[in-house]
Design a protein around this ligand. Structure first.
Ligand code: THU
Length: 129
């Protein structure tokens, strides 16, 4: 899948977001080393802390289907600024693919790319355990 297609998949997923509280839809498209793509959206809950971000939805779908080798993820939001992953999602990405790339889109469809290591410098991982 091209980068443009991956970004479009993330944008399309915003339509599936369940966001009755924040009204802030987020879509994600996660590409694995073998080219498989898993998508996700945010799923909110009346108990706000039970909300699941779009990125973790996609990652959990991938891991539960036997994929852990992630290359890049596109994240789409409706904000003026680029939709960057929250701290928890950065940590979950770090668990499986510290070298992965993170492509963040704004509401205009423009994108900015980061290395996960840039977004989570000196992150905690299994090497401490
Ligand atoms: N959200 C995501 O889906 N991904 C992020 O990394 C940032 C936040 C969602 C969670 C919640 O449904 C809404 O955005 C507002 O925080």
């Amino acid at each position: 899948m091209t980068e443009r297609e991956l970004c479009q998949a993330a944008v399309d997923m915003m339509a599936r977001s369940y966001v009755p509280y924040s009204h802030f839809p987020v879509g994600a498209a996660l590409e694995c080393a073998d080219g498989t793509v898993f998508t996700g959206c945010n799923v909110e809950n009346a108990a706000y802390g039970a909300t699941i971000c779009a990125e973790r939805t996609a990652i959990c779908k991938a891991v539960s289907e036997g994929h852990r080798d992630f290359v890049r993820i596109a994240i789409a939001g409706t904000s003026d600024d680029y939709c960057v992953p929250c701290g928890t999602c950065r940590q979950v990405m770090m668990e499986f693919a510290p070298q992965m790339e993170v492509i963040c889109l704004n509401g205009a469809g423009e994108s900015r790319k980061f290395a996960l290591k840039e977004l989570l410098p000196y992150g905690f991982d299994r090497s401490w355990l």
